[in-house]
Design a protein around this ligand. Structure first.
Ligand code: FES
Ligand SMILES: [Fe+2]
Length: 417
């Protein structure tokens, strides 16, 4: 029996997770096959990044580099970034516009759909060399990936069996995307961050909302999010994705002060001379200053105050992943609002006032569990048992939804099930 099967998952409700799953290289390879090449859709890019025919971006599904391209017919398609001849990485920049794609090695050339359209010296020279007479260029195109779009986001899947994209997303997630992309957007920039932790630790972090009101002291101190605010976590029907929001300033200040005083924070609250980085313009008219969506298994949509971004999770090894951020605003932004979005981008990102701690705790967990395979984490905040949407953000129930779906794809059956 492979060693990985020896991990124990003692609770059927996924309230215990064996630490070994965060550093196992065999498991990492199996995840690439079952989760990243499995029957799920992965966020790849924003359509706004590909406005014209021939526009392309290099992106990832797990460890596999994928190129998404806008075709002559306006549709977006995608292919694995690997020459069909001898495996060379085909596209070597992050994006641009191309009529076709030529491999640097022996100059095989592919069209925007990944079809092989040119092979130098196909017939050799003076009757010598060249490819066999029966060589069929049509049979040697790039490996394609199934691509679909929803509300301006481009998704891809390697599995034929994956359900339609709209069904995969489910209603609460489609509503979220409809709201966020109700009008044309403009991509304003990118950043990326390498985090020395397992990619699943980051997904746990996203699904565990209440850490934000404790770990991110900048947010709690300056009122961007406190765990005492009203909020909700909504799961999809399969409990794999989640939408979470909190209502700005909705908490009872006296109660909030009492709770936070117990851990000794608000009493020593520092003051900022310039609060503009935390100023929140209620542009959606719903007071949601923190409104996130995490899509299983590899992406996040962020509206934090007026900072808008997508995040893509790119596993690199069992103990490292890259987080890729795409920042955007709306085409009709006033200069002041655009400026505010740029300024608030400092709250998140690699050195973000708030989010650099998420990278750091990934590292700290990895250090804490080093060499440990059989001890378990404890995931009980918000209750054990059924995995359901929650009328509070003081919960880690959605974390169990992540593990339920992960285990289903990986063929892991918890002992108690
Ligand atoms: S490997 Fe690409 S043309 Fe030979
Ligand atoms: Fe966080």
């Amino acid at each position: 029996m492979p060693e990985r099967e020896a991990y124990t998952w003692p609770r059927a409700d996924f309230s215990r997770v064996p630490y070994g799953v965060f550093s196992d290289s065999e498991l990492f390879d199996r995840e690439q096959e079952r989760v990243f090449r499995g029957p799920v859709w992965h966020y790849l890019a924003l359509e706004a990044e590909l406005p014209k025919a021939g526009d392309y971006r290099v992106t990832y599904v797990g460890t596999t580099q994928v190129v998404v391209v806008r075709g002559d017919d306006g549709a977006v398609s995608g292919f694995v970034n690997r020459c069909a001849h001898r495996g060379t990485q085909l596209v070597r920049d992050l994006g641009g516009n191309a009529r076709d794609f030529t491999c640097v090695y022996h100059h095989w050339c592919y069209d925007r759909r990944g079809r092989l359209i040119g092979v130098p010296f196909l017939r050799g020279l003076k009757g010598k060399g060249g490819m066999p007479r029966n060589f069929e260029p049509a049979a040697h195109g790039l490996q394609t990936i199934r691509v679909d779009t929803y509300a301006g986001s481009v998704f891809g899947t390697f599995a034929d069996a994956t359900e339609p994209l709209a069904d995969f997303l489910d209603a609460p997630m489609r509503d979220y995307l409809d709201r966020l992309f109700a009008k044309p957007i403009v991509v304003t920039g990118y950043s990326r961050q390498r985090i020395p932790g397992n990619w699943k630790l980051y997904f746990e972090n996203l699904h565990d909302v209440y850490h934000a009101g404790l770990l991110h002291q900048m947010s709690t101190t300056f009122g961007l999010y406190r765990a005492t605010e009203a909020g909700r976590v909504t799961l999809d029907k399969g409990q794999r994705h989640k939408v979470i929001f909190s209502i700005h300033g909705s908490d009872d200040r006296a109660e909030s002060k009492r709770e936070y005083n117990k851990i000794g924070w608000l009493e020593q609250t520092p003051r900022l001379n310039d609060m503009s980085v935390f100023s929140f313009t209620d542009e959606f008219g719903d007071r949601k200053a923190s409104n996130f969506m995490a899509l299983f298994p590899s992406s996040v949509y962020q509206q934090l105050a007026n900072s808008l971004a997508t995040r893509q999770i790119r596993p690199k090894s069992p103990t490292a992943f890259e987080l890729f951020w795409t920042y955007f605003g709306y085409a009709d932004d006033s200069p002041a609002l655009r400026q505010a979005r740029m300024k608030q981008a400092n709250i998140v990102g690699p050195a973000g006032f708030s989010s650099m701690e998420d990278g750091e705790v990934g590292r700290l967990v990895q250090l804490g569990i080093r060499g440990e395979r059989h001890a378990h984490s404890v995931i009980e905040m918000g209750g054990v048992g059924p995995i359901e949407s929650q009328d509070t953000t003081l919960t880690e129930v959605p974390v169990r939804g992540f593990w339920k779906n992960y285990c289903a794809l990986m063929g892991i059956v918890p002992a108690g099930a």
